[in-house]
Ligand binder design. Structure first.
Ligand SMILES: [Zn+2]
Length: 316
């Protein structure tokens, strides 16, 4: 078995705006970090940036880099390291990023979807530690999800597994970016929060009038007792509760981890989601699942991408 005592892996997390990097030893200790704006000019420019990032981390006190993992805002075929589709970063479409990065860095390189990478990070060192089956839900602009079984991401046949944001919960709901309608994401994605808050404040008195709307502002208003804001939060919890209850009955996880930027709302949101799940899931399935907020924050993606590289090399 490979050991990582004097060696390390690099995890890179390509977001919509920023590139985050972490160099990790085999025990998950972060030895060096990197954070910079993404170069979105072309796929070549991005590959060059990722290659530079590996070198930079290496010179910042990182021992021999054994492998590189990269998390991407894209559907990724993890087996081949090829991007199938990236709705928000189209320069990645069709890119064989694993192979390209491997050639450029001279090390084995592996690619993974960003939600899958964050889930892998949380399951290893964060809120999913010690669980057998972790269902991870990420709340941000979109609603993502991933399933980690005994420490490894379940990819499905072609990398799409875990997409809870695109489970339909309202057959008469709003159109969704995926081509369907009434998906969890249409209500619980940040666009859904903003649309409902905007409708609500136009009809009724609300402290949200005149505010620049986003989930954080809406949660703050709800915590202060604003009824319009409270209904938006409850609506999102309701949508997520329906989706997660379905996932629980299907998968019977022992841990549910809620992450992503919107999860900063903390227990105020989590408690509402859990209450909605409890109404719907089998009582025994609900009782078996422990709900936790993500613990690794913005580091989850880079740490998880590093873990993906480690596991792909055959580490444990
Ligand atoms: Zn959808």
């Amino acid at each position: 078995m490979t050991t990582f005592v004097d060696r390390s892996v690099v995890g890179l997390d390509v977001g919509g705006t920023f590139l985050k990097g972490a160099c990790l030893d085999g025990g998950g200790r972060v030895l060096a970090r990197l954070h910079e704006p993404i170069d979105r000019a072309s796929s070549g420019a991005l590959l060059d940036q990722l290659t530079r990032a590996v070198r930079q981390l290496e010179t910042q006190g990182c021992p021999v880099v054994q492998a590189v993992g990269v998390g991407l805002p894209a559907i990724v075929e993890a087996r081949t390291g090829r991007v199938r589709r990236s709705p928000n970063l189209s320069i990645l479409d069709g890119l064989a990023i694993g192979q390209e990065l491997s050639q450029k860095t001279g090390r084995p390189a592996f690619a993974e979807n960003d939600a899958n990478a964050a889930a892998q990070g949380e399951a290893w060192l964060g809120a999913g530690r010690g669980a057998h089956v972790v269902f991870y839900v990420t709340l941000g602009t979109g609603v993502g999800g991933a399933l980690v079984i005994e420490g490894r991401v379940y990819e499905g046949a072609t990398g799409y597994a875990g997409e809870i944001g695109h489970v339909q919960i309202d057959p008469d709901g709003r159109p969704c970016g995926c081509g369907s309608w009434g998906c969890v994401e249409t209500v619980a994605g940040s666009g859904g929060w903003v649309a409902r808050a905007d409708e609500g404040r136009a009809k009724r008195p609300s402290s949200l009038r005149g505010a620049d709307l986003n989930p954080e502002v809406i949660v703050t208003a709800a915590q202060a007792g604003d009824q319009v804001a409270l209904e938006v939060v409850d609506g999102s919890a309701h949508a997520l509760g329906i989706g997660i209850a379905g996932a629980l009955n299907l998968l019977n996880p022992d841990r549910v981890v809620i992450g992503g930027g919107v999860s900063a709302a903390g227990a105020f949101l989590l408690d509402r989601i859990v209450a909605e799940v409890k109404l719907r899931a089998f009582p025994e399935v609900f009782a078996a699942a422990e709900f936790r907020l993500a613990e690794l924050g913005g580091d989850a993606g880079a740490i998880g991408a590093g873990r993906v590289a480690m596991l792909s090399l055959g580490g444990s």
